[in-house]
Design a protein around this ligand. Structure first.
Ligand code: ADP
Ligand code: GN1
Ligand code: MG
Length: 368
């Protein structure tokens, strides 16, 4: 078992640690649930090893998170909410730093554990997606007046889809593991959609879409759902909060939430874009954004869903071709399985385009 003594000693916790166990199923960071026992009883925390291969500047990353969560805490307090549960709370180190660099150079941060709530890896019911959409839409709304220029770009070009395509193309050309021939149909599927990849970035460049402070990783398991009320109470995983497109937050929500199967399902006959689930995401997100989305944004929402799914598919396939260096994998071919579900979803979204547009129209109302 991993010994976290050195790391735990650095943070001012309300009690003595009694256990520290691996937790969650994120693809990026190493997450650990810490339980401490103190005079006031048990307390829980989340200890995370920041993935510094991906987030190369942990200082800037944590600066972003502290600024954003301070800003949110203030707003939540002013409207009478519970700032201990409705935003992430960074626990500083005893030296009053936002993270600790250990003797091996690894970087660790601590959050207060959000109790009485779950993060769902699997969609259980449409209502969860409505709640997820609402939480991510509201999150964007709460940050609408955040000074965006003070945010660091933690991963440059994170959702620059044409740039992602260029990276993908390079991975195919280099083919360092000799796997490209094996995935020729998937490569062709992606390349055939080259023109699509530019649509939103071109609109952004032309000033047709606004840059907002967005979350950029809106998987359902990045929102905590309250056990009692079923409400999406807190948006977590704030590593990629940066200026971005609202369409990408909507898109990633649909990509993960509206799928009838897990992101790594091997039986592709089980993978499709479920319109009831897509409707729940759409209703929640549009409602959460509370009238702030422009006409153009609303009309491009289906494109946001398709491009986030295509982009994720090419990222998984590029990682497969490069020897699984980015996303955590738990079996051979895991990234290829993930890529295939994404491409199947893209195909299904294309087939259901008119219905996806009709769903947006239904909730955009007069805004469209
Ligand atoms: P990753 O970037 O690897 O996805 P996350 O920050 O999303 O890492 O954390 C992984 C999982 O840990 C989440 O999906 C959630 O289940 C759990 N988690 C993270 N932070 C908290 C928290 N403050 N309270 C409760 N659970 C949390
Ligand atoms: C990663 O960290 P996690 O598991 O919430 C990835 C997202 C992908 C997602 C695919 C920083 O999200 O961009 O969409 O996996 N996060 C990063 O499941 O690359
Ligand atoms: Mg996560």
């Amino acid at each position: 078992m991993t010994d976290y003594t050195e790391q735990l000693e650095q943070f001012a916790l309300e009690g003595e640690p009694v256990s520290a166990v691996r937790y969650g199923s994120g693809h990026i960071n190493d997450t650990c649930l810490v339980t401490v026992s103190g005079s006031a009883g048990e307390n829980k925390y989340i200890l995370q090893r920041i993935n510094t291969r991906i987030f190369e500047n942990p200082q800037e990353l944590m600066e972003n998170i502290v600024r954003v969560t301070d800003f949110l805490r203030d707003k939540i307090q002013k409207r009478g909410g519970d700032p201990r549960r409705e935003t992430l709370n960074v626990i500083p180190t005893k030296a009053n730093e936002s993270f600790y660099r250990d003797s091996k150079g690894e970087c660790w941060r601590m959050y207060r554990f959000i109790d009485g709530a779950v993060s769902l890896d699997q969609v259980e019911k449409a209502e969860d997606l409505y709640q997820g959409g609402l939480a991510f839409g509201r999150f964007q709304q709460l940050l609408a007046d955040f000074p965006a220029q003070t945010l660091h770009e933690t991963i440059p070009d994170f959702h620059n889809t044409p740039k992602r395509l260029a990276d993908f193309r390079r991975a195919v050309e280099e083919d360092i593991c000799g796997l490209a021939a094996f995935v020729e149909p998937e490569i062709r599927f992606i390349m055939e959609r080259e023109a699509d990849t530019r649509v939103l970035m071109d609109m952004l460049a032309a000033g047709e879409l606004p840059l907002r402070v967005t979350h950029n990783d809106t998987k359902l398991n990045n929102v905590m759902i309250d056990n009692q009320t079923g409400e999406g109470i807190c948006v977590i995983d704030l590593d990629t909060v940066m200026p971005g497109l609202a369409l990408n937050d909507y898109g990633d929500l649909i990509r993960f939430g509206a799928s009838t199967a897990a992101e790594d399902e091997r039986d592709l006959s089980r993978v499709s874009c479920d319109l009831t689930l897509a409707e729940a995401c759409t209703r929640g997100f549009i409602e959460g954004c509370a009238g702030s989305l422009t006409k153009k944004e609303l009309s491009m929402l289906p494109m946001g869903a398709k491009l986030m799914t295509l982009e994720c598919g090419m990222r998984f396939l590029a990682d497969y071709l490069q020897g699984d260096v980015y996303f955590k994998v738990h079996r051979k071919g895991h990234n290829l399985d993930r890529c295939r579900t994404q491409l199947k979803l893209v195909q299904d979204m294309e087939a259901k385009w008119t219905q996806l547009e009709a769903i947006v129209s239904k909730y955009a109302g007069a805004g469209l």
